[in-house]
Design a protein around this ligand. Structure first.
Ligand code: COA
Length: 259
């Protein structure tokens, strides 16, 4: 019998069990929906690749993706950019009708998609998850079509979304991180990467951050050339090995002023 509206202990426990079970069910459903929508994104992207590039590029990307899930090895230069004010006019890209947006949340991305009629997350399917984890997207559009994207992280969780190489970034000491830079092939070699970096570094400077770090694969000449224009400090060279879900980093210092 309950006293003063308080149910007996066994009844309370049963009711708690039921609500815990219900909550578990809801969480399970949410997880299934999340996986389904993520898969939907990948499937849509796969269909877009087949339509625009054909089946062979899709298969080779799929193969690379599967291989890299198990084993990956890479050598990288470790960069640090100072956050001095740069003259943006010196970096103007050779692209007409360029528009630029900073997107911080999926809500902002939804609003932007409704405004311009295309959703950059459809092309960059990891973007939704990255925005959920506080990564900030720097998006450049030509006539409503995404032409270039780059990311900024102000914390470890956001960094891991676009940069799996585990070099140190002192976020608490106001050092940020950039990465996830991609120019759509049609717009390559027009200065978008260098310009995008100027925008990202200026954003960080205005927020009072002190420096920004990133890494570049040793063989990635296009990225190195673009970044050299910003006069970075290359403070190290690193070798990264990924085996299943473990990553190992060997790093040695070098000091070299590029640019
Ligand atoms: C790297 C990447 C972002 C460069 O984008 P971009 O908008 O073409 O870059 P920019 O035009 O600002 O600068 C690239 C520079 O490299 C040069 N370049 C491009 N491809 C090159 C190549 N294969 N070999 C040598 N130089 C090359 C360009 O001519 C340009 O130099 P220039 O301005 O002196 O002519 C683009 O190639 C890309 O998306 N690559 C795949 C993803 C990637 O590697 N991201 C970078 C990770 S750090």
């Amino acid at each position: 019998m309950s006293v003063g509206g308080v149910p007996p202990r066994s009844q309370t426990v049963r009711r708690n069990d039921a609500s815990v079970a219900r909550r578990e069910e809801v969480c399970q459903m949410a997880r299934v929906m999340q996986v389904a929508s993520a898969r939907g994104g990948w499937l849509r992207r796969a269909r877009d690749i087949v339509r625009s590039e054909g089946l062979r590029p899709l298969l080779s990307r799929g193969f690379r993706f599967a291989r890299e899930a198990v084993f990956q090895h890479g050598e990288y230069y470790l960069y640090e950019h100072s956050l001095t004010q740069r003259d943006e006019a010196l970096f103007s890209p050779r692209v007409d009708n360029l528009t630029f947006r900073i997107v911080r949340t999926n809500k902002e991305a939804d609003e932007l998609a409704a405004e311009i009629g295309s959703d950059f997350r459809r092309r960059f399917v990891r973007a939704r998850r990255s925005l959920d984890r506080n990564a900030i997207a720097f998006c450049f559009f030509v006539g409503g079509e995404i032409a270039h994207i780059g990311w900024v992280a102000l914390g470890e969780e956001a960094k891991a979304c676009f940069d799996p190489v585990p070099y140190k970034v002192d976020f608490s000491g106001k050092v940020a991180c950039t990465g996830g830079t991609i120019t759509v092939p049609k717009y390559e070699r027009r200065g978008l990467m260098a310009y995008g970096y100027v925008k990202r570094l200026e954003f960080l400077r205005e927020l009072g951050w002190k420096a920004s770090r990133n890494c570049v694969a040793v063989g990635n000449i296009a990225s190195q050339k673009a970044q050299a224009k910003l006069g970075p400090r290359i403070y190290g060279r690193a070798r990264c090995l990924k085996l299943l879900r473990w990553r190992f980093l060997w790093q040695r210092p070098i000091v070299k002023d590029a640019g």
